[in-house]
Design a protein around this ligand. Structure first.
Ligand SMILES: O=C([O-])CC(=O)C(=O)O
Ligand SMILES: [Mg+2]
Length: 387
């Protein structure tokens, strides 16, 4: 049993939207395929992966370093103990050979993308959904019912309150009970009017989260906190620079409600620093580390260990990214839920075709691997790469 090929291609996920920091007019993702010599149900097992929005495709790093290390590893050295499957932890170590610690940069995105494909292949070789495999490995009961929320509310040309309200109404109509919008890309008074328009639209049917995408300095973050705390928000997200733990800690004095952050922390060491120094509150705050940007699930398991050591429950994690990989982790390892972008970043985001959002939750179908085969537009693009 071995990996015979690793393919990669850069794909556009561009759209005319903008958050407080970047626009997505040139956004790309890396799509990768890990091709094995294993056959299941008459078909060669191929694992697929891609990175989340927000960082760009990582073809250069994958081609120049990580792909070759996977292919160069002695096939017997990267099998599990029983010798009947690949071992994602050993493959991860092979990929990270001769990489210094710290400075996580974007190699964490390249590795996270390949790691997703490796776990997909591994669960397909085992013939089980990834979430069931993860739960079994941890001696837990899987819970296929997962909370999901609808992320959107971006800025884009010509988007007035009517369009923003219609977007949010669309999410409610599709079964979501929490919706998210961007702030920090307009003056505070304008953002407040946008928030009030959305709150008037959703009423008691749903809750609203707001996301500043790391735009604010402390003074602005506090000014927004004072404005926002009069509303019953689901959370106030990524207020300041992701690595400014002192800023995050200071905000707690001005914002008693839930806050969320972590999507731009790419290692368990950075996650640990957030929990050590960021003043995050385990009874109400949310952690958004996204394995597809941060060295994959092998590393995310280390992050969950850090959480455990520092007194945090995995149920405080609702990852960024809206991909099926995090849905599997949520269902298998007891996370609090997952992000979803109902109208964006297709075909990569979202759920298998048979899945519907009901009362803010989805139920995972019983598909081997991550479940990409259940999403027809996505698997078509994937198979074009490798099958
Ligand atoms: O706009 C983005 O970069 C995505 C984001 O922050 C989120 O989904 O929370
Ligand atoms: Mg965010």
């Amino acid at each position: 049993m071995r990996i015979v090929d690793v393919r990669e291609v850069t794909k556009p996920i561009a759209s005319p939207i903008r958050n407080a920091y970047i626009d997505f007019s040139k956004m790309t993702t890396s799509l990768v395929a890990v091709v094995t010599d294993v056959v299941r149900d008459g078909r060669r097992v191929v694992g697929y992966g891609f990175n989340s929005n927000g960082r760009y495709g990582q073809g250069g790093l994958i081609r120049e370093r990580f792909r070759d290390r996977l292919l160069a590893a002695d096939p017997n050295s990267v099998l599990n103990e029983a010798g009947d499957n690949l071992d994602p932890h050993k493959l991860w170590a092979a990929m990270m050979t001769n990489e210094k610690p710290g400075g996580h940069g974007e190699r964490s995105v390249a590795v996270g993308t390949l790691d997703m494909a490796i776990w997909d292949a591994t669960a397909k070789i085992a013939g089980v959904p990834l979430f069931r495999m993860l739960a079994a490995q941890k001696g837990r009961e899987a819970d296929p019912r997962v909370f999901v929320y609808a992320a959107g509310g971006y800025y884009y040309p010509g988007k007035d309150h009517t369009a923003l309200r219609a977007e949010m109404r669309g999410y409610l109509d599709r079964g979501y009970t929490v919706v998210k919008m961007k702030i920090g890309g307009a003056p505070i008074g304008e953002d407040q009017a946008r928030i009030e328009a959305v709150l008037a639209e959703i009423g008691r049917e749903a809750q609203l989260a707001v996301d500043a995408n790391g735009r604010f300095d402390l003074e602005t973050g506090i000014a927004y906190a004072k404005m926002l705390r009069q509303y019953p928000l689901f959370w106030y997200e990524e207020v300041g620079d992701p690595l400014d733990y002192a800023l995050q800690a200071a905000l707690a004095e001005f914002y008693p409600g839930p806050m969320a952050t972590g999507e731009n922390l790419f290692s368990h060491q950075d996650a640990r620093n957030l929990l050590r120094y960021g003043g995050m509150r385990p009874d109400r705050d949310w952690l958004q580390f996204d394995c597809a940007l941060s060295y994959g699930l092998v590393e995310y398991l280390r992050t969950l260990d850090v959480l455990h050591q520092l007194g945090w429950s995995p149920s405080r994690c609702i990852p960024h990214g809206g991909h099926q990989m995090s849905l599997n982790i949520a269902a298998g390892l007891g996370l609090g839920g997952n992000e979803s972008y109902p109208d964006l970043f297709q075909p990569y985001g979202g759920f298998p075709d048979s899945v519907k959002v009901e009362n803010g939750h989805i139920v995972m179908p019983e598909l081997p691997g991550i479940g990409f085969e259940g999403k027809s537009d996505l698997i078509k693009v994937m198979r074009a790469l490798a099958e």
